[in-house]
Ligand binder design. Structure first.
Ligand code: UDP
Length: 328
């Protein structure tokens, strides 16, 4: 297949490019490099443009005879979305609509969309199933859920085939090396904790220890970025026109903030200072996925479900690239 990866130069996008290419698909990265990194895409061709540029999207789809779009370009900081919701609805939701219109114009019928566990908000139960209540508690989750609703409508009205993948907490890096996580600013737990043994910060903050969880800190379901990328490939290969489906992607086990810090100490062999700080606004106590649907319908089998492996692969990237790609 010829695949246009919107946001292909980002953390998840670059891993998807590798997995899709290894399976014989031809990928084109479409990215304005405002957050992404040119070095992350390797030999894949780049269209340097913004996802909101409809003419550039249509031209790229026509020129490269695109069969399928994987849409990952988005702002991802839940906390920021609370204070700047306009940025999230403009970038995540409006660009989603522009992209769908560009696909109609170019006659591209299939899309894999990067959604998020944030569409569930405070879950009514864990593990979360796809049919559970959708009630985002921040504009980030809402901006993504709006796109899921558009996908459903476009599938029904225009025969689009789409799959929304609801990611839980993505971490790790390709064990083959050379690519990994490089956000600025970094807000995610594992890369922040690993900055301590790298000497880039004196310690890490634990955002609250009075949650209703075994050790009082929030629990999250961590998924290896290569397993996530593989799920995109599987979804891309089974999409049926006229359908809109959603799948959770996680490992079905929750790890607390304290457990993650302890795992980082074990993997790096270094002391890591951790200090208690107030709760971060908008954090659900527990997020754990049931990925039974993805396993059953997509045949998805995570290759790296162990948290130690996820952290070890992340550490391998950060240890060898302490300044990430060094381009920002
Ligand atoms: N967290 C923390 N200290 C940090 C960053 C994150 O205690 O410096 C906590 C955060 O409150 C949440 C968990 O770690 O409970 C995972 O946060 P992250 O931002 O990595 O992902 P999220 O679950 O928000 O998507």
């Amino acid at each position: 297949m010829n695949v246009l990866v919107i946001g292909g130069a980002g953390y998840i996008g670059s891993h998807i490019l590798r997995v899709m290419t290894r399976h014989g698909h031809t990928c084109i990265a479409f990215d304005d490099l405002c957050k992404g990194h040119a070095q992350a895409i390797g030999a894949v061709a780049l269209v340097k443009a913004n996802g909101g540029d409809r003419a550039a999207l249509v031209a790229a789809m026509r020129q490269h005879k695109i069969d399928l779009v994987i849409h990952l370009a988005a702002f991802i900081e839940a906390g920021e979305s609370v204070v700047q919701p306009d940025k999230y609805f403009r970038n995540n939701t409006l660009i989603g609509l522009t992209l769908l219109e560009a696909m109609r114009e170019a006659g591209v019928k299939r899309m894999v969309f990067s959604s998020t566990a944030a569409v569930y908000g405070q879950p009514e139960r864990v593990p979360i199933e796809e049919t559970d209540r959708l009630e985002p508690i921040n504009p980030y989750g809402a901006s993504k859920l709006c796109v899921e609703y558009m996908l459903r409508a476009y599938a029904a009205a225009y025969g689009l085939g789409c799959v929304a993948l609801r990611y839980f907490n993505v971490a790790g890096a390709d064990p083959a090396g050379g690519i990994g996580e490089d956000h600025s600013p970094e807000t995610h737990l594992i890369p922040l904790v690993l900055q301590v043994p790298l000497g880039k910060r004196p310690g890490v903050k634990i955002f609250g220890d009075d949650y209703e969880t075994p050790d009082g800190t929030c629990t999250r379901d961590y998924i290896h970025v290569m397993d996530l990328a593989e799920a995109h490939r599987l979804a891309a290969e089974v999409i049926e026109p006229g359908t809109a489906k959603a799948y959770n992607l996680g490992n079905g086990e929750g790890f607390s903030v304290r457990q993650i810090i302890e795992t980082c100490r074990k993997v790096t062999g270094k002391t890591i200072q951790a200090d208690l700080a107030p709760r971060r606004a908008g954090d659900p106590a527990r997020l754990v996925a049931s990925s039974a649907k993805a396993q059953k319908e997509l045949g998805w089998r995570p290759q790296y479900p162990q948290i130690e492996t996820i952290v070890a692969h992340a550490w391998n990237w950060h240890r060898t690239h302490p300044n990430g790609y060094g381009d920002k």
